[in-house]
Design a binder for this molecule. Structure first.
Ligand code: AMP
Length: 178
């Protein structure tokens, strides 16, 4: 087994495609094989934090729930705090909420009102960029607290869904692109 850094192609090969999950027509990108492989997991985190030096980010904001896994590990690498953006109704303290559109209906996510300070430098992380609705809602919450988004980073991106259109004005990066 090689101990060199994994390439994005290797990471892409490890992401498992599950057709018709959780419903017909969805090609679900299962990242659990990446997490289970020590070399791939740490390599993904290295790639996610690559543009940033420790100390240059105040908080890594992760999106419920798979985003937490990558954001928390990235926060430790960057010597930054970790802040969760959760599905509405899960955070115990006072929150700001943001609605966003789903294919059918809508959903809402929330952040604690004191999770970030004015001017904080934030790296926003999720596992996958699809239509961009979730990340755009999370970005709106970060901005509501007066923090500054340095980059929005994803493990993977379904580029044919044009999610970047909803995230205009922010640097966007994904390790793997479909
Ligand atoms: P969207 O708001 O459309 O960009 O959807 C992004 C969110 O939904 C992320 O938090 C992903 O974890 C999840 N998601 C959407 N599509 C997929 C997919 N094909 N495979 C895995 N997760 C997905």
């Amino acid at each position: 087994m090689s101990h060199s850094h994994p390439t994005p192609a290797e990471i892409q090969n490890a992401i498992r495609n599950i057709p018709d999950f959780p419903k017909p027509g969805i090609q679900f990108k299962d990242i659990t094989p990446v997490l289970a492989d020590a070399r791939l997991f740490s390599g993904v985190i290295d790639l996610l934090v690559q543009p940033f030096k420790p100390g240059s980010i105040d908080a890594v904001v992760g999106i419920d729930a798979r985003g937490f896994i990558f954001a928390a590990a990235a926060a430790i690498k960057l010597k930054a705090g970790f802040v969760p953006v959760r599905k509405k109704g899960k955070l115990p303290y006072h929150t700001h909420e943001q609605d966003y559109a789903l294919e059918y209906g809508s959903a809402a996510i929330a952040i604690h009102v004191d999770a970030l300070k004015q001017g904080n430098r934030v790296l926003l992380v999720d596992d996958l960029l699809a239509t961009g609705g979730t990340a755009a809602a999370a970005a709106a919450l970060v901005k509501k607290l007066g923090a500054q988004i340095m980059e929005i980073s994803f493990l993977s991106e379904l580029s044919f869904l044009n999610g970047r259109e909803k995230l205009k004005g922010h640097p966007i990066r994904s390790v793997v692109t479909y």
